[in-house]
Structure formats: C-alpha cells, structure tokens
Design a protein around this ligand. Sequence first.
Ligand SMILES: [Zn+2]
Ligand SMILES: [Zn+2]
Length: 413
Amino acid sequence: MAPHRTKLKHLRTWAFSLFLLLPSAGALWATPLLEIHFLYIGQGDAILIKSPAGKVAIVDAGPPSAKRILTRYLEKLQIKRVNLFLVTHPHLDHFGGWRSLQGKFKPLLYIDPAFPYPSPPYRRFLRHIRRAGIRSYTGKINQVLDLGGGVKLRVLAPRKPFLKNTRSDANSNSIVMRLEYKKLRVLLTGDAEKPTEYRLMRHPEWLPSHLLKVAHHGSHHSSSSRFLTFVRPTFAVISCGKHNRYGHPHKRALRRLHRASIKTFITARHGHVIARSNGKTLWLSIRGRSKAQALHTLQLKTLPQTYQRAISSSMANSSAAAFGGAIYNPSGPPLGQQAEKPKWYRHKLRGKTIVPPTPFPSSKGYVAAKRSSVFHRHSCRQVQHIPSKLRVYFRSRRAAIRSRRKPASDCIP
Ligand SMILES: [Zn+2]
Ligand SMILES: [Zn+2]
C-alpha cells in the first residue's frame, strides 16, 4: 500500500504544479482581450462588447435591416450566448435589428431606460421581450453592469426626473455609459443631446475617456465643444449610414471633433470599427481586421479624474441657465407624457451591481422548471419551452432527485 500511496502523492504534486503553470502558459498563447465592435449596420447604432471573460453585451441593435448583418457577425465571432442586450433609447434605429437576437442568440438580460414611448414597433418589441421570458431591468444612473474579467459598464444617464421638452426627449434620456477596463475608459452615449451633455458635465469626473462613441450619429445637436473638452478622447467613432437622409454626420459636429484633435472614425466610411484592449494598450482597426493589422495603437495612460482647466474655463463664462436655456425647447411635443410603460416589464433591482447571468456551463446536466415536479435531460426538446428565467439547473441526476423531482416521461433522464 505504502509505495502506491507515495506514487499517488507524487502524481498529485505533479498535477498541482501543472495547474500552477497553466495560467502563465495560457498567457503565452493568447490572452483574451476586451473587444468593442462598432458595427456598420447602416443608419443606426449597434455595438458588440465581448469581455475577456467571454460575456457578450449588445448595446443597441441597429435598424430592422441590421438583422442579417448582426446574425452573421455573431456567428462569425462564434458567440454562443448574448448575456446582455441594452437598448439606449426607444428609437427604431437602435432596436430594430432585435430579431437577430432570437433563438440561439436570445439574450439573458434586457435593459433600457424605460422612457415611456408610444411607438407601435417599440411596443411590439417589448411584447416580444416579455413573451420570450427575458429578464428586464430599467437602466438607471449609478448602476454598474459587470461583464466579468474586470470590465464594467457604469450607467451615467438617464436620471429621474426625465429631461422634458427638449428637442427630442427620447434622445435626451438615452442611457449613457462609461466602459471601464483597467486603464481604459470608453464613453457610450446613445443619441444623447446637449441637455444630456449639460447634465453630465455637472459630474466632470465621469467623463474623461480614451474613446468616445459620438452621440446621435454625429448630429450637430450633440457633441458640443464644451462636452468634448470634458471627455477629451483620443479617438471617436460615429455610427451612421451612407447618404442618410438626416445628413449625419453633420459638418459642424465634425469640425468640433477636428478642432479638438480627435481622430474620428465613421462607420459609413470605414465599415466596422473594432477596438481591442488588454487594459494597458488600445488597438483600433477597421473592417474586421485583426489586432495585428490595427490602424492605431495607443498606450493607455491612467486618465486624470477630471480635466480641471476645461471645467473652470467653460463654467466661468457661461452660467448654467444660459447654457440650458439655449437648448431647451419649451414648445416641443411633450412626448414623455403620452404613454406609461406597462407594469409587467420591470423587475425590482436589488443593489447597484448587475451581473448579467451566465447559462449553465455545459450541455450536460439536468433542467427543470421552477415549480414543476419533474426534471429533463439538458438536451431534451421540452427544455426549450421553459422560459430561461424559470429554469433550474442540476449538475447531476442525484441533485435533481434530491430536489424532490421525478424524471420526466419524455426524455426519461
Ligand atoms: Zn439614433
Ligand atoms: Zn434616437
């Protein structure tokens, strides 16, 4: 017995040292990077974020015509599951391509600003989200969406009460987020307009970023020069369609970006724009090119908490009222009061940090519905009919039996 035991002990030590070695060996092959894909889907926004931990967030899904591009892109990246689908605001050019997120790409979590908006396509879309049993939350200021691997999306807007009587209340109440990963800061702005920018500038410490997703497809109602001095990005991305009827990007917005010496990419010109980062370096490439073919490489410096000089100079010669007054439009339509969002749609949120759920890690194992008295094999067809939020997973048959459930008669697990 004794020699056998020594042998076993030896084997164990050996296995343990191999286990210790593995992470460093992994680093030699390929360290997973954070990837942000600003997809060229025509006139609209669609951003795919993949954290080094493999979690996938889709921020906006473009117009309805984006469906095919999105599906193909998700397939190309071999994405198995969308952990989070976030719609910045209820305009069709930001959620229209949602049908690409059906079936195998069905998101595990849905977030939008819950801004009451009575358009029929939006209502249809919400009805689908509810019927598909996707957990949904209201995106609120100060929330943190944790994508794993150190990647966090910090929600900076909207804040209650919603902005009202602006040029476009739906746009002004867009979800604005800062993506944080080690040293990297990326600001995602939806279609936020100047009133939103003004609100954000009251918290200058939220804004400094290396990369800015330019708000509202480069319209001149956004990206004020002042706002740009608060963010001071090295790079900017404008997402818009070729020859779009809105004239996006507007030459005035482009001029402001140019004057602030921001290197600007436009999806209509460059195609998909891809940012990759390990938290220390940022690689920017276009049209699906790899990291090695990056157009720009930026060694990231830790950004100052705020750009103090910008703040004092811009605030000194402009009173808050003057800045706000110039852009508010009191005669605008009171969109915000027309319809209330149905009650079913909101889940109560506990705590500030939301971790988008991960599906059961393997296709093995057993699944049951929450209140059901039977359990199925993971591969059983019946499982697809159990809404994901009602599913209970078991790693072993024994665990399923222990939950006082019986084997289902269809797959006889
Ligand atoms: Zn838009
Ligand atoms: Zn919009």
